[in-house]
Design a protein around this ligand. Structure first.
Ligand code: KIV
Ligand code: NA
Length: 264
């Protein structure tokens, strides 16, 4: 596999080839995922939950994401590396510029931000200054306290329409990728078809251009609650490399996510 870039992902979308993404937080797992050809690795602020044991992602800091980004960077040969901007690290465009630069200098190829309309100017400013942006809509976990829990988004018509409009606006503002989390499959399909940029789904059905999962869910080591949209690939393969390979293959051939992983 050649180095994955925003242009190679765009080409995959245009050719109808599905790509896969996993979270990664250290050099060893990143190296294994990269070697199995996982196109995108995300240093997600999910690390606040799966590594630190917090109940949500809010306690995570930019310095913590930068630390894990440096580690993951050392494990990568080809995958595109995205770093999450944590809660309140991009509340103003100025804060976003400052903190995104820290993550890029730690080795990220792109940063990911949660939000719609209010972020448009920030997305443009980052992109103009050489920082590619992955947008994130739907169930944006940093807003869990506003949502009143981890709830599916975009179920009513007004909300669905707003998410679609925000997706288009984020693309127009310069976003080069979009993550859709926990929305009905039909809405994710509409958005994926409406946008020229690649769309990555998690709990968003089978029709997005790519799929992302948290590595702990894929390897069945998340304690307690396993989300409906996830799949434990270690259980069916018994070996970490084989589990990653199976995830990639099932995404590429369209068997993951199945109906049982999808919200309607
Ligand atoms: O933090 C994370 O792991 C994420 C993915 C679930 C998309 O944002
Ligand atoms: Na995240």
């Amino acid at each position: 596999m050649a180095k994955v870039t925003t242009s190679s992902l765009l080409k995959m979308k245009q050719e109808g080839k599905k790509f896969s993404a996993l979270t990664a937080y250290d050099a060893s797992f990143a190296g294994a995922f990269d070697a199995e050809g996982i196109e995108i690795l995300l240093v997600g602020d999910s690390l606040g939950m799966v590594l630190q044991g917090n109940e949500d992602t809010l306690p995570v800091t930019t310095d913590e994401i930068a630390y894990h980004t440096r580690s993951v960077r050392r494990g990568i040969k080809q995958s595109l590396l995205i770093a999450d901007m944590p809660f309140m690290s991009y509340a103003t465009p100025e804060q976003a510029m400052h903190n995104a630069a820290i993550l890029m200098q730690a080795g990220a190829n792109m940063v990911k931000l949660e939000g719609g309309q209010w972020l448009l100017q920030t997305v443009t400013m980052l992109t103009e200054r050489g920082i590619p942006v992955c947008a994130h809509l739907g169930l944006t976990p940093q807003s869990v306290n506003v949502f009143g829990g981890f709830k599916i988004q975009g179920r009513d018509e007004a909300n669905a329409k707003r998410i679609l409009e925000e997706a288009k606006a984020l693309q127009a503002a310069g976003a080069q990728l979009l993550v859709l989390e926990c929305i009905p499959a039909s809405l994710a399909k509409t958005i994926t078809e409406a946008l020229t940029i690649p769309v990555i789904g998690i709990g968003a059905g089978a029709d997005t251009d790519g799929q992302i999962l948290v590595m702990h869910d894929v390897l069945g080591i998340s304690s307690g609650y396993i989300p409906k949209f996830s799949k434990n690939y270690l259980a069916q393969t018994g070996e970490i490399r084989a589990a990653v390979k199976a995830f990639k293959e099932e995404v590429a051939n369209g068997t993951f996510p199945g109906k049982e992983h999808t919200f309607n």
